[in-house]
Write a protein that binds this ligand. Structure first.
Ligand SMILES: *Cc1c(COP(=O)(O)O)cnc(C)c1O
Length: 223
């Protein structure tokens, strides 16, 4: 079930801030995606490759599909033909595989580096040092990696009621975003996406400078 009123309220809230809404439809049926699409939503996020491939085949071709889950290198080939943005890049090897698969389709796939900002151990992502190392490797091999683009960063804050803690994590992500932008992207404005904020913390994320929020349960109900 799609909460259309909530959708309209969130859109009205996001509009003045120019934040992009990615509606996270993982584990929800294609009909729910179609219901939001019919209200004008074009950006959808999915976590599982097989589920994404199945939905993509059934749904309108102008949907912009965001892959927001943990992506295994051997599955990149299934989403490369159509994916709009891959949010969860956390290794140089994955970036190279995305490049290889994108080249087969003669396209450039935009990616975000996933940064570990939460306290929880279980969440994927790079720390600051690893992100800088990855950027160094990417910069050194950029001519061989012409079919991938790094457009920004993605992060998930701790699942916590402590507003100050969540804010601080978002602030750290934003600070790293600035450092990388200054160090590697001064000559272009492609590095412009900061994907942070989910159902429980998107208001804080926007206040801390998010440009894209990923919202699932508020729109589609609990999973
Ligand atoms: C599931 C998921 C979301 C959406 O979470 P909600 O709390 O339902 O809004 C956002 N980002 C990522 C990476 C997710 O896995």
């Amino acid at each position: 079930m799609v909460n259309k009123e909530k959708y309209r309220a969130i859109i009205a809230e996001l509009n003045p801030t120019k934040t992009t809404l990615v509606a996270v439809s993982k584990l929800k049926p294609a009909e729910d995606v179609k219901a939001l699409y019919d209200l004008g939503q074009k950006d959808f996020g999915e976590n599982y490759v097989q589920e994404l491939v199945e939905k993509q085949a059934q749904l309108p071709s102008d949907i912009r599909w965001h892959f927001i889950g943990h992506l295994q290198s051997n599955k990149v080939k299934y989403i490369a033909p159509f994916v709009h943005l891959i949010h969860g890049v956390d290794s140089f090897g994955l970036l190279k595989e995305i490049n290889k698969q994108a080249a087969k389709h003669n396209k450039v796939i935009p990616c975000l580096l996933q940064i570990h900002i939460a306290e929880e151990e279980t969440k994927y992502g790079l720390d600051e040092k690893e992100a800088i190392e990855l950027m160094e490797m990417f910069t050194a091999q950029q001519t061989q990696l012409a079919n991938v683009r790094i457009d920004g960063l993605m992060g998930m804050a701790s699942f916590s009621e402590d507003e100050e803690k969540v804010r601080a994590e978002f602030r750290n992500l934003k600070a790293l975003f600035h450092i990388l932008k200054q160090s590697y992207f001064l000559a272009s404005d492609q590095f412009n996406t900061l994907s942070m904020g989910m159902s429980g913390d998107y208001n804080l994320a926007i206040e801390e400078g998010s440009t894209l929020v990923r919202i699932g349960s508020l729109l589609f109900g609990n999973r």
